[in-house]
Design a protein around this ligand. Structure first.
Ligand SMILES: [Zn+2]
Length: 418
């Protein structure tokens, strides 16, 4: 390498480092509103997308804590607001950048390539998906759904151990929200277990269904969280001069814009200018439609809050087989708690967290009446939020798989007695 190339390489590295958004001394607060005014104030802060406050969870009623990332220059203002309207403040993370650095260190300390002791990049995940199609041929086939806004394929796999399972298809979705890294780590772990475990229950579960896994549903956003902004949530479609991205889990064409979304492109819950404005949602909806009638289950994975959520998000009504899915959900949460004591709450999106319309889960349940539809909000309860330490990946994946196994066991036991 001559001097010129060395200089060029160094310059590039510096530029790419400089481009990464840093969160030095940003704090994450858990804010608990104690009055109606405090709830109103939180809603106003959330709606002002450019205000600097970054909401890690959604605002709920009085007494419900909400996690918000706050830049250092805003802490004083927030303290004054909290005092004025009646809001408890608790620091969850004292310096967000430190947590991001720790996560990055885990990535460089571990052996390069794919694994579950660190969070994987988009390329590492896609390479691994390709590798398992070779390792487990002919039971695994690669799926490319084209194209996202930035021209990527959404890469998935179909797992099938033979004909006859078409009408027992299961669809697994994760990382529709880009910063929720624990979700892709968990679903790839479960996929690996289904392929490699010698446990009889797991073998039976794996081989009696056709499985569709799409670990990174929003690849443009996920790539962006690795290259530029760890805290990015949305798509990368530019919707205004200042702000990019719509919330891909508020963009689906089923009761779209029926509450719990924002019309402002600078907010985290921007629903998009129209249903399916986001290419990743539209192309995946077309793919899901091609197998929609065959689905027995659709499970979407989010983080964080430790919830097992049931449709719907747009309405408080309990529709279709709510009671059955609620009872199974309770047993599933019980199974999840057994290994490490992790506590989950179970209920509809609307009742458990907040009204939210235009989600993929509402769309699947509403359009195809799929019997089993759940949305997981994985660990934790806000201690680390989206920056869950890598040493929690395997425990999170293990307990989640316990609960998933229970869902199917209970569902078929229920069907057998009807
Ligand atoms: Zn999410």
């Amino acid at each position: 390498m001559n001097f010129q190339t060395t200089f060029f390489v160094c310059l590039c590295i510096q530029v790419s480092l400089a481009e990464k958004i840093r969160y030095d001394n940003y704090k994450v607060f858990s804010l608990t509103p104690r009055s109606a005014d405090a709830v109103k104030a939180l809603y106003e802060m959330e709606e002002m997308g450019m205000s600097g406050y970054n909401f890690w969870s959604r605002v709920g009623p009085v007494g419900t804590p909400v996690q918000v990332m706050v830049p250092p220059y805003k802490v004083g203002e927030l303290e004054a607001t909290a005092e004025k309207v009646g809001m408890d403040m608790e620091v969850m993370l004292g310096n967000v950048q430190e947590q991001i650095d720790a996560e990055a260190r885990a990535e460089t300390e571990e052996e390069s390539g794919f694994g579950w002791t660190k969070y994987n990049t988009l390329d590492e995940i896609n390479d691994w998906l390709e590798n398992i199609t070779v390792q487990y041929a002919p039971n695994v086939t690669l799926l490319h759904v084209n194209h996202t806004y930035e021209g990527r394929s959404i890469v998935g796999v179909k797992v099938s151990f033979g004909p006859g399972n078409e009408n027992r298809s299961v669809f697994i979705e994760s990382t529709i929200h880009a910063r929720e890294w624990i979700t892709a780590a968990t679903t790839t772990y479960i996929l690996n277990e289904l392929l490699s475990s010698e446990n009889a229950t797991i073998r039976n579960l794996a081989e009696s269904h056709d499985w569709y896994f799409f670990p990174v549903f929003n690849p443009d956003g996920y790539e962006y969280t690795h290259t530029t902004d760890r805290m990015w949530r949305k798509t990368r479609v530019p919707h205004s001069i200042l702000c990019s991205g719509a919330d891909p889990n508020r963009n689906w064409d089923y009761y779209w814009n029926h509450g719990g979304t924002s019309g402002s492109p600078c907010t985290e819950t921007f629903r998009g200018p129209q249903p399916f404005s986001e290419p990743c949602c539209r192309i995946m909806s077309e793919f899901i439609t091609s197998i929609g009638e065959q689905l027995v289950a659709y499970i979407s994975f989010h983080s964080f809050s430790q919830l097992l959520l049931i449709p719907y998000g747009y309405t408080p009504e309990h529709l279709e087989n709510y009671e059955q899915i609620y009872q199974i959900g309770l047993k599933s949460a019980e199974a999840l708690a057994q290994r490490y004591g992790t506590q989950y709450r179970v209920g509809t999106v609307y009742e458990t967290i907040y009204q939210a319309s235009g989600s993929s889960a509402d769309w699947v349940k509403g359009v195809f009446k799929t019997p089993i539809v759940y949305g997981y909000e994985l660990r934790d309860q806000g201690q680390y939020g989206f920056l869950l330490p890598p040493d929690q990946i395997v425990p999170t994946a293990e307990e989640t798989f316990d609960s998933l196994i229970t869902i199917f066991r209970e569902y078929y036991a229920d069907v057998a007695t009807q």
